[in-house]
Design a protein around this ligand. Sequence first.
Ligand code: SF4
Length: 368
Amino acid sequence: MSPQTRESLFRALFPDEPAYRWKQVEQALFTPNAKGWEDVKTLPKAMRETLIDAMPWITCRAERMYRSHSDDTFKAVLIAADGKRFESVLMLNKRGQWTICVSSQIGCAMKCTFCATGAMGFKRSLTSDEIMDQYRFWQAHLRTQPSLATRISNVVFMGMGEPMTNYDNVKKAIHTWLEYTDIGPTRITVSTVGVIMQMEKLLTDDDWPPVRVAVSLHSANQQRREEIVPTTVPEFLKKLADWSHRYAKLKGNQRHHITYEYTLITGVNDTLELAHELGRYIRKTAASKINLIPYNPVAGKTFSRSSDQRIDAFKQILRDYGLDVTQRKTMGDDIAAACGQLITETPAETEAKDRGRIVLDMGRTDHA
Ligand code: SF4
């Protein structure tokens, strides 16, 4: 069962307070210099004192944190109020600001065969507070690091879990960021493995925020995709192409193209024949981009990353079809923070894997 949300706890604690009080509380959570309820002078003193005792300032704390050798990626293992662990990642982006890769669930029910999170199984969905607090956690962390840029400019839902199966909490967290931070809607990307039923809901939901959508495709061959993503529904590719045209008509514009993510795995989905199949398929979908992701190794999986030559050849075939193709830069794979590598382990297991890695103590800026 998910922990109680901040809003429901607040309403239970202060049932007679006017509606604007909750807005003040939400706003306070994003006040740059506030470190706790005692700093929120917009609230009456008695209320602050009750909140200090009854409502944690943030819903998660870091058990440990890792920093990549290239100093451009951090990964935090966070503990929720019920003791469950999940991971969140901070990456330097090409503008010299930060992108956070947030988790929407603990574990994942989608079971993608290459993914460490999928191998964990599904534990529970994160609350909207736990999702939005990943931004607050990283923002607080950056304020303690004088040598680093402080601005978080982008959010991607590419951490643990399938955001479309935690639709309402993901939507609530996005609305809160849009209201209280300087992150714009086109700087937020919700990445889904293709949960068609929920994607249909998005098309008719007037309250769905105008963020970007990415679909993890991994193969344009139905049978091969079922092998990689076992939860693939029958006729998925046909349904997705149809959805993409309706999405483009209703929500699409130059800034709202669909991105198809394609993880390249040696011998599984990186043959030149499959590149042609992908090229032909994408041309039948609405205006879109393809982002190729070199596979990131996961302990216990036998898959391996495609060679640079194969990736280049694959990319060239797609470009010959006139498609807009990018290749994702691999970041944080030395601290298992890259795409598909997120997993929570018991402290003992984590400790064993820590040897040889750079680990940060909370509140310190040097390497431990
Ligand atoms: S790749 Fe994404 S959708 Fe698939 S199992 Fe991993 S976390 Fe879930």
